[in-house]
Design a protein around this ligand. Structure first.
Ligand code: PGA
Length: 238
C-alpha cells in the first residue's frame, strides 16, 4: 500500500509530547506531520528523530513589523517547521480570513521553503437541484482557482475538508470523497490531496483505500497519540 500521510492538527489543544514520544518509541514516522500550537513547536521538533515532520497551523502574510500576535514564515522556518496549514475553515470563521490573504500566506511559505497544506471545503448544499457532490466539486474548484493564483502548484498540498464534516462525526461518503478529490487532481492539477473531517478509527481504512486520497488532515483523533500510531501501523500491515 502507498504511504498514507497523517497530518495532525492539534488546534488549540495541549497534546502531551511525552505521550507521543512514548508511543512512537524508536519507530519510523516519516509519513506523519504534527501541527501543535506555536508554543509547543520547539518541543515537538524533538520527534524529528522519528522522521516526523513539523507543521504550524497558521502564518502571517507579512515578513515582519507591527503585526501584534502574528508569526512570520521566516520565524517558522527557524523553529524547524516543514509544513503549514493555511485557509482552515476555522480561521475563515473566527478570524475572517479571506481567500486573497490565504493566497499571500501560501506565497510567503513557499518563499521560505515551507510546504503549505491548503484547506478547501464546502458547506452543506441547500440547492435542491444539485447534489452535495456536484456542489462540492464546483465550490472547491472555484475556491482553489482564487487561492492558488500565481502559485507553483507543485509546491502545495491540498486538504479537502467538507465544513459540515469537521468535528461533527459526519464523514463524507466514500464516493463523494473520491469524486471531489479526483476533480481537484484533474482540474486544479494538484498532485497531493488529503481528506479531512471526522477522520478516525471507524473510517480510516475505507478512506485510506481510496486510490486518489494521499492522506488525512486529522483534528480530534490527533489528540490521541495512541490512536494515530495504531491507525498508521494498521495501514502498513496491508
Ligand atoms: P476533525 O478536524 O478531524 O476533528 O473533524 C479536522 C480539521 O479541522 O482539520
Amino acid at each position: 500500500m502507498k504511504k498514507f500521510i497523517f497530518a495532525c492538527n492539534f488546534k488549540m489543544n495541549n497534546v502531551s509530547i511525552e505521550e507521543y514520544k512514548r508511543v512512537m518509541g524508536e519507530d519510523d514516522y516519516s509519513n506523519v506531520i504534527l501541527c501543535p500550537n506555536f508554543c509547543q513547536l520547539y518541543q515537538y521538533a524533538e520527534l524529528k528523530k522519528n522522521g516526523v515532520f513539523l507543521g504550524a497551523q497558521n502564518v502571517s502574510e507579512y515578513n515582519n513589523g507591527a503585526y501584534t500576535g502574528e508569526t512570520s514564515a521566516d520565524m517558522l522556518k527557524n523553529a524547524g517547521v516543514d509544513f503549514c496549514i493555511v485557509g482552515h475553515s476555522e480561521r475563515k470563521k473566527y478570524n475572517f480570513e479571506t481567500l486573497s490573504q490565504t493566497n499571500l500566506k501560501i506565497k510567503k511559505l513557499i518563499e521560505f521553503g515551507i510546504t503549505p497544506i491548503v484547506c478547501v471545503g464546502e458547506e452543506l448544499c441547500n440547492n435542491e437541484t444539485m447534489s452535495q457532490t456536484e456542489y462540492a466539486k464546483r465550490y472547491v474548484l472555484v475556491e482553489l482557482k482564487e487561492i492558488l493564483q500565481d502559485i507553483d502548484i507543485s509546491k502545495v498540498i491540498v486538504a479537502y475538508e467538507p465544513i459540515w464534516a469537521i468535528g461533527t462525526g459526519k464523514v463524507a461518503g466514500i464516493e463523494h470523497i473520491k469524486e471531489v478529490i479526483d476533480a481537484i487532481k484533474k482540474y486544479a492539477e494538484v498532485e497531493f490531496v488529503l481528506y479531512g473531517g471526522s477522520f478516525g478509527e471507524s473510517n480510516f481504512e475505507q478512506i485510506a483505500a481510496i486510490d486518489c486520497v494521499d492522506g488525512a488532515l486529522i483534528g480530534g483523533a490527533s489528540l490521541k497519540p495512541e490512536l494515530i500510531c495504531k491507525m498508521k501501523k494498521k495501514l502498513e500491515e496491508k
